[in-house]
Design a protein around this ligand. Structure first.
Ligand SMILES: [Zn+2]
Ligand SMILES: [Zn+2]
Length: 350
């Protein structure tokens, strides 16, 4: 239930239909149900996925309020919610799952048969308020600003999940393909997990410089073949783990080609195209593995918070632009993301 101080409607930036620009709307506030919380949005990250949803790829319900990287303050709690109180700082895990099916019970909730993604299958955080199940709201420590809490919930969380899937162990070498929102986190989280040398592959000079500032060795894929450059740098051995965070067949192939014996390539970038590998040379001969990465787990969020509090995951340079909760400004950011401009991450501060 909304407190008396609130009006019965609130501002939201919504996708009216697939392929259309986002529009400013007022949305009627629904009652907060049992087990739910109402969150006043303090920061919402704008993700490359949002550009796909605007273009009509992936989003399942329209009109839809986009936004799946959300941090804010609990405004109201529904019946039976004992875990949260009004005023609590929280960030939101974007996968709403049943918690009871075979996949949920096995700890792979991304495959919950009835799972929904906030901001894709149900209304998200490009709004003054968002209503979610209480168990999706994780405590956000005071020391972490809302805008960092927001971007942690997608790019950083998925970067950590990719490193977990790649089973990065202390002392191992890692190559990160693509230094965007995920890549900046992946480089730092690889170090947090004890990785040795981290190679950062991109074609953008600013992103390579950013990667270098976090201790990675920049590899300019525009200047030379990155696989050869990394092999040269590792006396021909290659890397133990490679993360592909772009979603291009060629960089996926490179992530496999660059592996050392028993190396693991974790692919997190999205593409509908096919990739091509040479099975003997790239996989069998090295006992290499190609591993898919889908979203992340709620159980990984406390680990992420710990890295931020320890200072091993530094996010201030990850937020490159702040925009108001206005459709025109958000559409411009999505245009830039579609065009792969320099931007690393934009955050809406309502
Ligand atoms: Zn995202
Ligand atoms: Zn389930």
């Amino acid at each position: 239930m909304l407190p008396a101080s609130q009006t019965s409607s609130f501002r939201a930036v919504r996708l009216p239909a697939p392929g259309r620009p986002l529009v400013d709307e007022r949305v009627v506030a629904a009652t907060v149900g049992a087990g739910e919380v109402l969150v006043r949005v303090k920061a919402a990250g704008i993700c490359h996925s949002d550009a796909h949803y605007r273009a009509g790829v992936g989003s399942t319900r329209h009109p839809l309020t986009l936004g799946h990287e959300i941090a804010g303050v609990i405004e109201a709690v529904g019946d039976g919610v004992a875990t949260h109180r009004v005023g609590d700082r929280v960030c939101l895990h974007y996968l709403v799952t049943c918690g009871a099916c075979r996949d949920c019970r096995a700890g792979r909730e991304q495959f919950c048969a009835t799972g929904q993604m906030i901001g894709k299958d149900c209304d998200g955080g490009f709004a003054e308020f968002v209503r979610v199940p209480a168990r999706n709201a994780h405590a956000l420590p005071d020391a972490i600003p809302f805008e960092h809490g927001a971007i942690l919930m997608c790019s950083s969380a998925t970067a950590l999940h990719a490193l977990h899937k790649a089973r990065v162990a202390p002392g191992e070498t890692v190559a990160v393909f693509g230094i965007g929102g995920l890549g900046v986190s992946a480089i730092q989280l690889a170090r947090a997990l004890g990785a040795g040398t981290v190679y950062a592959v991109d074609v953008n000079a600013a992103k390579l410089a950013l990667a270098k500032s976090f201790g990675a060795i920049p590899i300019d894929a525009g200047a030379s073949d990155p696989v050869q450059a990394i092999r040269d740098a590792t006396a021909g051995r290659g890397v133990d783990a490679a993360l592909e965070l772009i979603g291009l067949p060629r960089t996926m192939e490179q992530a496999v080609e660059v592996l050392a014996p028993q190396g693991r390539a974790a692919l997190a970038g999205l593409t509908r195209e096919r990739m091509s590998i040479a099975p003997y040379r790239d996989l069998l001969n090295r006992e290499a593995e190609i591993i898919g990465v889908s979203d992340h787990l709620a159980s990984e969020i406390p680990e992420l918070m710990r890295y931020v509090l320890e200072g091993t995951l530094e996010l201030s340079s990850a937020v490159s632009r702040v925009v108001p909760l206005e459709a025109a400004a958000i559409n411009l950011v999505l245009d830039d993301l579609e065009a792969f401009r320099d931007d690393v991450r934009s955050v809406i501060l309502p």
